[in-house]
Design a protein around this ligand. Structure first.
Ligand SMILES: *[C@@H]1O[C@H](CO)[C@@H](O)[C@H](O)[C@H]1NC(C)=O
Ligand SMILES: *[C@@H]1O[C@H](CO)[C@@H](O)[C@H](O)[C@H]1NC(C)=O
Ligand SMILES: *[C@@H]1O[C@H](CO)[C@@H](O)[C@H](O)[C@H]1NC(C)=O
Length: 218
């Protein structure tokens, strides 16, 4: 009788805890934790799928006066790591993860594999600019795999010096995207080019390490 009563109490307390705290995925928990958008368009009409940590380089070409990102091979080339579960359990790290990882990336001579230090994050895919210079996110390790071929919709200055702007990118509608609608680049660290380049360096490329959070939505 005692055992039956005990198991009845255990089941009913389990049920009540389930109804008080319905299961929410890490992405659902993070949807409301998105960093202040600093003037970027609202995210209330899209559903968060992943928060990816991107670590890599921003490439620029000297046009004779300034560093630009308009030539082939310019733009971002970054490894994407799945930070969704980690950040859902450690929300203060939303602000610090990219700058911490950028410091590790630089300390390991920009070796991406060894820069994936603690907390170890599972590789999710890559971010690069395709041959039409479209920012592309290939989440080949997502389940199911996802792709976003994007175009820039909005950009605001990063709140931190030396950091590339915060961005809002949406589906470029070129038939390549699969399962995603939009991405915000937030909490950027590093990646900005020097303010000018000498005309003698016209056509040369420079590569500046950066890290960022990519909040990916469908
Ligand atoms: C969501 O709404 C914002 C603000 O109205 C708009 O700028 C944005 O393009 C919409 N996003 C999508 C994916 O439709
Ligand atoms: C960008 O710079 C990196 C690092 O120097 C280099 O490996 C890469 O080939 C460059 N081009 C592209 C398209 O990323
Ligand atoms: C994404 O990456 C996977 C694995 O490398 C590859 O098979 C696939 O073709 C890529 N998709 C796109 C759109 O580039």
């Amino acid at each position: 009788m005692g055992a039956i009563l005990y198991s009845f109490l255990a089941v009913s307390s389990l049920l009540s805890s389930v109804s008080c705290f319905p299961f929410r995925s890490a992405a659902q928990q993070l949807q409301s934790q998105q960093p202040t958008l600093n003037g970027l368009p609202s995210n209330s009409n899209v559903t968060l799928r992943y928060v990816a940590l991107g670590v890599g380089n921003q490439n620029y070409t000297c046009n004779g006066a300034t560093w630009v990102q308009t030539d082939a091979g310019d733009g971002a080339l970054a490894t994407l790591y799945d930070a969704t579960a980690f950040l859902s359990l450690d929300t203060p790290a939303i602000k610090t993860l990219p700058s911490d990882r950028l410091a590790q990336f630089k300390a390991t001579n920009e070796c991406q594999d060894t820069a994936n230090l603690l907390p170890y994050l599972t590789p999710l895919g890559i971010h690069y600019f395709d041959e039409s210079n479209r920012p592309t996110f290939n989440l080949s390790h997502a389940n199911p795999p996802l792709v976003l071929s994007s175009r820039k919709c909005d950009s605001v200055t990063a709140p931190v010096a030396g950091a590339v702007p915060w961005l809002y990118l949406i589906d470029a509608n070129d038939g390549i995207t699969n399962g995603l609608k939009a991405v915000y680049r937030l909490e950027t660290a590093g990646g900005t080019a020097p303010s000018s380049c000498p005309s003698a360096e016209t056509g040369s490329q420079t590569s500046i390490p950066y890290a960022a959070e990519y909040w990916l939505y469908d």
